[in-house]
Design a binder for this molecule. Structure first.
Ligand code: RIB
Ligand code: CA
Length: 332
């Protein structure tokens, strides 16, 4: 029997983080050991609340949820109610208040403790600002040697930023933390906008989820409403939305092939000019099949097949039976 992949998911649970969690929760080969939350799409406490609601929706209240950083190290954070709603869940109020509560243990301490208890086993998946991971690195400088791999959704390599012309939201929210995480001596896979903007959730997929009619797909379709509205209005001009965090989740657990993913040196701009939060990757080797770069340890995903959102939709439909009232509805 293949051993399960042990994951700690560090997220700012907004809409696409919630979809990423649902995708992973329906993978029998994945063991989510804990979810830690960080400021970002919403505040860290609301992100924890949203996470608990999602876990309870699928009966996984056994998974611990820990609250982490409330702001970056400068004391700021930029929530995204236009993208994720005031509650981070597209203003849906669909799920009941959680019966469970977050752990007393803060996120960074929990990450360090789990890494110490399970040396070499844990995969960290970060789908929000990197403040919790950076704090954990400061708490325990030996952490990189204890972690199996780190996958980060964030950055923009050859693609424009999404909060400034140069910067992607997760990195912009805490560039100093991101820099520390990319510099630490662990293996990182970075899933930037270059690929997450090419894997799009369409209105047709949202309709499939809605018509399937199970509690999980009904919830997924409901939160997608707000997200599709933002992307239609401000980004694509049509009802399609980027599949950022679910794509990073799928890549973390090796579910989808990556077409182009060189391992390159990467740095983050931390100055206060217009490039603050920019991810600067050394991709100059692109015409020579990316010859190896000494000391480089960040694998940057630059191309995927573009078919993942269909797979995400199918996974959510297959894993959750329709509620009785929806029997006879179309199968996904
Ligand atoms: O830029 C996209 C990222 O920012 C996603 O992780 C989204 O959830 C937000 O955190
Ligand atoms: Ca996120």
């Amino acid at each position: 029997m293949t051993p399960k992949k042990s994951l700690v998911v560090d997220c700012d649970t907004g809409i696409d983080d919630a979809l990423a969690l649902l995708y992973l929760l329906h993978d029998p080969d994945v063991d989510i050991r804990a979810v830690t939350t960080v400021f970002g799409n919403t505040d860290a406490a609301t992100a924890a609340d949203n996470t608990l609601k999602v876990l309870e929706l699928v009966g996984r209240q056994d998974i611990p949820v820990a609250v982490g950083a409330l702001t970056n190290w400068r004391g700021t954070f930029y929530p995204a109610p236009d993208v994720h709603g005031d509650d981070g869940m597209g203003n849906t109020s669909l799920l009941p208040a959680p019966a469970t509560t977050p752990t007393a243990e803060p996120a960074a301490e929990l990450i360090v403790r789990l890494a110490r208890e399970n040396p070499g086993e844990l995969h960290l998946l970060a789908t929000g600002p990197l403040t919790n991971l950076a704090t954990a690195l400061l708490l325990d400088p030996e952490l990189p040697g204890l972690i199996e791999h780190v996958t980060v959704m964030g950055g923009a390599i050859h693609h424009p930023g999404n909060v400034t012309p140069a910067a992607e939201a997760n990195i912009y929210n805490d560039p100093e933390a991101a820099r520390l995480v990319f510099q630490a001596p662990w293996e990182v896979t970075l899933v930037p906008l270059d690929v997450t903007m090419t894997e799009v959730l369409t209105e047709e997929l949202a309709t499939r989820l809605r018509e399937h009619g199970s509690p999980v797909t009904t919830f997924a379709a409901a939160i997608l409403e707000h997200y599709l509205g933002f992307y239609e209005r401000d980004v694509f001009g049509i009802r399609s939305a980027a599949c950022h965090d679910p794509l990073a989740a799928a890549i973390a657990v090796g579910d989808i092939p990556v077409v182009l993913a060189p391992t390159v040196a990467i740095d983050v701009e931390t100055g206060d000019g217009p490039a603050r939060g920019m991810t600067v990757a050394d991709t100059r080797g692109q015409y020579r099949n990316f010859p190896s770069q000494e000391g480089a340890h960040v694998r940057v995903v630059l191309r995927t097949e573009g078919t993942f959102p269909d797979r995400l939709t199918a996974r959510l439909c297959e894993a959750s039976a329709p509620v009785p009232a929806a029997t006879g509805g179309p199968a996904c």
